[in-house]
Design a protein around this ligand. Sequence first.
Ligand code: GRF
Length: 205
Amino acid sequence: MRPLRVAIFASGTGSNARTLIEKAQTLRGALEISFVLSDKATAPVLKKAEELGVRTYLVEKKLDRQNHEQAILNILREHRIDWIFLAGYMRLLSGAFLRQFALWHGDASQVVNIHPSLLPAYPGAEAIARAYQDRVSHTGVTIHFVDEGMDTGKIIHQEALSLSPEASLADWKEMIHRLEHRMYSNFLESLSLGQQKTFYFEENQ
Ligand code: GRF
């Protein structure tokens, strides 16, 4: 059986991307991070990935959405990618994109995202800061399948955190990011162990 091939899409800092890359490197060839793709030339994630020896692609949205997504699909097909992990990718994927990607994998949805809240609470940007402003007694992290909406896809796994209202926003961010890193790398490992079924890229495409 060949290694599972995973692509990471990210637009920002890349702490989740780094954790996923480091985790994949411990999985002894069962799974590989084939590349990191960003839509932002200045995203620190690009440098992080390169330092860890992972190929990067920059696909900026210079044309319309359809052409932008087609350029990404071409790269995914070239690498025969099985799973896409979004990790702070600040762009919605269209239904057409997701359908095409699913068609290459027996119609299975194999695009996932991680989000720093207990969805459906606080979807979208600045989720941690908004929960902090509301002084919620607990929040958490969600891993979910990706659909066309903003953080609306089917939930795979959630974990809650109790947070002290006296803690600073920086403390909340640190705890939540630590939980994200653990959950996303465990999910990656579960793929490599076959605990989450993979439909491999169909080679006749
Ligand atoms: C994370 O909080 C993730 O949940 C959200 O975007 C953030 C990305 O952070 N989708 P990083 O770039 O991985 O550090």
